[in-house]
Design a protein around this ligand. Structure first.
Ligand SMILES: Cc1ncc(COP(=O)(O)O)c(C=O)c1O
Length: 423
């Protein structure tokens, strides 16, 4: 392994070590190499308080506590630590205890779960809803519950791993279409003629922040009579006049067969929801294993989520602030001539190119200066488009944004020009 730095996690998936409890022989050699170790420094750093904008981490760089401006959490609307949400979660904790202590079918369904389920179905304008303890588990469960061996799941190539793994679990044939290209989708649908087929897309794509081209995609799906399964993990509560998501934004909610989302992003909690017609939800209850063979969501979380939905939808204050902040940060970053790709949302990538070394060097420097902005490396993104990824929050103040922009300019913009930092 002379070219050790050219390897990535993508190279060690297959394992022919005869001892099944050992990784591939050269995996440990690779992962323990000091420069590879350094590139993992940025993962699993401990937050020491709520994921607010001003918070504290235990930095893996020097094992010191560090006060930081947090541009990395998915707490887009600040609901994770909203006082009303915390209060509702505390009340649910006092009344119901910590865990649901049962799967939904047997003893894990509480009045709180029924309330949230109804609220979500109404909010998403679908007949019914199922809620899951995990967003990832929800995608697995909904796809595995709906689809059968021999069916075809056609996915945008940038779809999240949970959608792909749902297809694997369901043992369906999976076909991928070129990102957001309706003509590529049409050709996959053409190949799938005769099979039961569903098309999976996302509202906002999480690595690039671009929106699904829903009008064009929906038109193709309609032509082939293929239902749309949309994952609105990064768009629910933020897009659309009423915050219902990207489908509302485009005025195309009626074209969506299954509306999925997670409670771990804008809601500030954890879990997943799937909204669809009442009959398929009823059917899912029989066959969606991550729902009927897993403990129901924890009551304090559900209590908090009910309040989070109320707070986010009673008016547009939080959404409006999020979009003001997004516009401000985007403008500031674009003024530095940095590449933010095709983002149209609160996810702003700063694409720095192919150098993993630069990425990690900038990441360390940024953090030392008090900004928590995580690097995203290959294979999570293409090797020539390594990046930082800003998650904008409604909670950011002008002062926090200006401080963040200064650090980004000093480290990334000047660093890429070779001015400030030696790489
Ligand atoms: C599009 C999308 N779907 C599903 C998930 C999984 O959700 P969770 O983290 O809530 O399990 C994620 C997580 O980041 C995601 O980005």
């Amino acid at each position: 392994m002379s070219d050790i730095l050219n390897y990535s996690l993508a190279d060690f998936f297959y394992n022919d070590n005869p001892d099944i409890l050992s990784p591939p022989d050269d995996f440990m050699q690779w992962i323990n190499h000091p420069r590879v170790k350094h590139s993992f420094t940025f993962f699993e750093q401990q937050l020491l308080a709520a994921p607010r904008i001003s918070t504290e981490i235990l930095s893996n760089i020097d094992n010191k506590k560090r006060k930081i401006i947090n541009l990395t959490s998915y707490n887009y609307l600040g609901l994770s630590s909203h006082p009303e949400v915390i209060q509702a979660a505390k009340e649910a904790l006092d009344k119901y205890g910590l865990g649901a202590s049962g799967a939904p079918l047997l003893s894990g369904t509480y009045d709180l779960h029924v309330k949230l389920t109804r609220m979500m179905a109404e909010f998403k304008q679908k007949e019914d809803c199922l809620i899951y303890s995990s967003g990832f588990g929800g995608n697995l469960g909904a796809i595995q519950g709906i689809m059968r061996k021999g069916d075809v799941l056609i996915l945008d190539e940038k779809c999240h791993k949970s959608l792909v793994d749902g297809g694997t679990l369901a043992q369906v044939k999976m076909r991928f279409f070129e990102h957001n290209k309706p003509e590529s989708l049409a050709s996959m649908l053409e190949k799938s003629k005769g099979a039961r087929t569903m098309v999976a897309i996302e509202g906002v794509y999480s690595m690039d922040g671009d929106l699904v081209k829903l009008p064009e995609i929906a038109e193709v799906c309609e032509q082939y009579r293929a239902p749309i399964y949309i994952d609105e993990a990064h768009s629910t509560l933020m897009f659309g006049e009423n915050g219902r998501g990207v489908a509302e934004h485009f005025g195309l909610e009626g074209k969506i067969g299954v509306s999925f989302g997670t409670f771990s992003k804008s809601f500030g909690g954890v879990g997943g929801f799937v909204c669809a017609n009442a009959e398929i939800i009823r059917y899912l209850k029989g066959y969606s294993s991550p729902w009927n063979f897993s403990c129901a969501p924890s009551p304090p979380v559900v209590g908090g989520l009910i309040k989070a939905l109320e707070v986010a939808t009673r008016d547009s204050t939080l959404r409006d602030r999020l979009w003001e902040n997004t516009a401000y940060l985007k403008k500031g970053i674009q003024a530095m001539n940095l590449d933010i790709g095709e983002t149209e949302s609160q996810i702003i990538p700063i694409i720095i190119g192919s150098s993993g070394e630069k990425l990690m060097h900038f990441a360390a420097e940024i953090q030392k200066r008090g900004l928590f902005l995580q690097p995203v490396d290959f294979p999570a993104v293409p090797a020539n488009a390594r990046r930082f990824r800003i998650s904008v929050s409604a909670q950011l103040t002008r002062e926090e944004m200006d401080r963040s922009l200064n650090i980004i300019e000093d480290v990334i913009a000047r660093g890429l020009k070779g001015e400030a930092l030696e790489i």
